[in-house]
Write a protein that binds this ligand. Sequence first.
Ligand SMILES: [Zn+2]
Length: 316
Amino acid sequence: MMWVFLGIIAVQGTFKAQALPLNQAVQTNNPWLTVAQTAAIQGGAVAVKGAVQQVTVPIHPQVIPVPVQHLLSRTTRGSELLHEFFKSQVQVESGSVSRTEFTALRRVSDPAPRGWKIVIHLNTSKDDIDQALDLAHELTHALSPRLNPYDPNLTLEGYVEHGIEGPGGEADAIMTECVVGQQLMNSVDVSDRERIRRRCLTAWNAVEDRSDAKKNKNRIASLTEEKKENWKKSFYAVGEYFGIAKHWLRHVSSLSQESPQFISAMAKRPYPLALIEEYLGISRALCTRVTDRIASGSASVLDHDFLRKRCANLFQ
Ligand SMILES: [Zn+2]
């Protein structure tokens, strides 16, 4: 049985499209398609630093470095993420940059992926505290619903908006890491507190309720809908990229010329630009395959629909 892979790599701060070989065959009993997958996952060994507090989540040393699990377990949000992770089929591996890689698997005639392979690459050369916040960020991406890249009706603007504002989007992932960071502030040493503060001050300032007398303890708990909206919209500040961003995202009214607060670590560009590149990369790869199938006479109805809706104006 022929399956088609499309690899989508979601990197911390950006996304990159990666087309994988078309002729890879996968058995239907591929282990990661089964519910009870046992992930053989490699985690970096890192020395435990300082006293370990009581943890509420079972420790799986083979998956995530133990000190990083301990740090996440000290927090409500981090514990929730770990619980969800251990029930999921998401894998964690060591990597040079923290990022999440999605691979969608489907048959050519299927309109939607049959499954996903999701691998978090965790930069285990970083300090424990940064690994913990990285992991909270990547788990937010990895455990959230994702768009179907094969959907003929998936638009560029919808893709960018979902990648920034949707569940598991960048606004969500950065806020989640900073909720975890906030919850760790009282249980880590001075240097770790400073690391968290440097990472999260922008996020905290964006949402803190200054009228809250307990703001230092619970800055993000009082997040209002209005503040959430403002936080998401702040990701559309693209500075010098405004012209090109507006060219592709004509109907996205939140785009602004203000200096970006966050830059994609991989793409070295603001998030809307990174997401535009990803969408175009995915669509171009898929459109090439569809065109090839049409040329060889093996195209499906879905292919023709996809070509009509997704493949125009990709090279403007
Ligand atoms: Zn991210």
